[in-house]
Design a protein around this ligand. Structure first.
Ligand code: AMP
Ligand code: ZN
Length: 114
């Protein structure tokens, strides 16, 4: 946990957010500035700054995020139409919130444009 981290605050429910999913290790909520009709953020409860900071013991965070992405895509009805999964890594990679998260993006009518 990190005191000043926005996503840690959302995990602790200090900032209101509607969770689409929660378990002991992860939360899922809608991105506040969606880049597509479906844009979810899959967030581990453990504070890890970015992909660069993963330790060997964090392997289950990454595997868990991908397994959860598959389930959330189905839940959102976009598993067969298709979707994108994205990690932004550090400032040059477009990361704005320095608490690791996986973007699940999809729901376009035709082809993905981003
Ligand atoms: P990234 O650029 O990969 O760090 O992604 C951070 C994402 O968090 C951006 O797509 C923002 O739109 C999103 N975001 C920022 N604040 C909130 C919030 N309070 N609730 C939901 N999404 C947020
Ligand atoms: Zn955090």
């Amino acid at each position: 946990m990190s005191n000043n981290c926005l996503f840690c605050k959302i995990v602790r429910r200090e900032i209101p957010s509607e969770f689409l999913y929660e378990d002991d290790n992860f939360i899922v909520f809608k991105d506040i500035h969606p880049a597509a009709p479906v844009h979810l953020l899959l967030v581990p409860k453990k504070h890890v700054r970015s992909i660069n900071d993963l330790k060997p013991e964090d392997e289950t965070i990454i595997s868990g995020l991908f397994m959860l992405a598959k389930d959330m895509a189905k839940d959102q009805g976009i598993n067969t139409s298709g979707y994108k999964l994205l990690f932004n890594v550090e400032k040059g990679g477009g990361q704005e919130i320095f608490h690791i998260h996986l973007h699940l993006i999809g729901g376009w009518k035709k082809t993905a444009y981003i």
